[in-house]
Design a binder for this molecule. Structure first.
Ligand SMILES: C[S@@+](CC[C@H](N)C(=O)[O-])C[C@H]1O[C@@H](n2cnc3c(N)ncnc32)[C@H](O)[C@@H]1O
Length: 247
């Protein structure tokens, strides 16, 4: 993200401020803060906010409870990020356009927005490019996560699926199974482009298919990462606004 920020910001300097949206545990914001970059993490869930604040104690990190489609922080950031497909929690076109509007209101004039989504091949082709199960081990405990079951299919009209999630936590001889259902809204690349045009205040600077600059069309691409920046004023924009009586 620092590489992309340097590449796509006109200032080409490291960001001095970062805003992570739908931050959950704020892993990324905390990492930026640990590197001395002033970071803000925003999430809707109070438990996640409390966890992020606790883990980030002592760092230049502010944790804010808020909706990524309706926040007002009264300031701008050099870098804004939404990672791990968290825009899948925006269920409607109005919600994603409102989200982009809020990002546009908070990104610095020479700032960028890095938006990481699943690669659409995961849902539109027979062969998913990412795994839906993984293991996390920490402090003698292990959690095996399984995200989605074969019967979890997209509603063809709403593009929403109820993903069944199972987390099996093993601690010594004890095993505990946590189950949940998470509504997931699938956004295609072309829908995102349309939402950006509807927003009108942002434009695409670049797209990447992974974190090592693979192209989004490359067969090896496994994420859809879009780097956005404030839209350049179109020729004529100023003229029309400045001349009362026209139109
Ligand atoms: C997959 S988790 C977070 C992952 C995090 N982005 C990361 O990269 O580790 C998704 C998060 O989105 C948050 N969320 C869902 N809807 C939201 C909304 N409308 N505004 C802000 N946060 C939201 C949830 O509370 C949850 O913490």
């Amino acid at each position: 993200m620092l590489r992309w920020s340097a590449r796509h910001r006109t200032a080409r300097t490291p960001p001095r401020s970062v805003l992570e949206l739908a931050a959950g545990p704020a892993e990324h914001a905390r990492e930026f803060a640990a590197r001395g970059i002033e970071a803000t993490a925003l999430d809707l869930n109070p438990a996640m906010c409390a966890y992020a604040a606790e883990r980030g104690a002592g760092l230049p990190l502010r944790v804010v409870r808020g909706d990524m489609a309706a926040f007002r922080l009264g300031r701008r950031f050099d870098l804004i990020i939404t990672m791990l497909d968290s825009t899948a929690h925006l269920m409607t076109l109005d919600a994603i356009v409102a989200h982009l509007d809020r990002v546009a209101a908070h990104v610095a004039t020479d700032g960028v927005y890095v938006l990481e989504m699943s690669h659409p091949a995961d849902r539109l082709t027979a062969r998913s490019r990412s795994s839906n199960s993984w293991r996390v081990a920490r402090d003698g405990e292990q959690a095996d996560v399984r995200w989605g079951e074969p019967d979890d299919v997209l509603d063809p009209i709403t593009q929403i699926v109820a993903d069944h999630v199972t987390i099996t936590v093993t601690s010594g001889d004890a095993t505990r199974v946590i189950r949940g259902v998470v509504p997931y809204r699938f956004w295609t690349a072309t829908e995102l482009e349309a939402a950006i045009r509807l927003c009108g205040s942002l434009e695409i600077a670049a797209r990447y298919g992974d974190f090592a600059d693979v192209g989004v069309d490359d067969p090896a691409a496994w994420r859809l990462i879009t780097v956005l920046r404030p839209a350049a004023a179109q020729p004529g924009d100023q003229g029309v606004a400045a001349q009362p009586g026209i139109g």
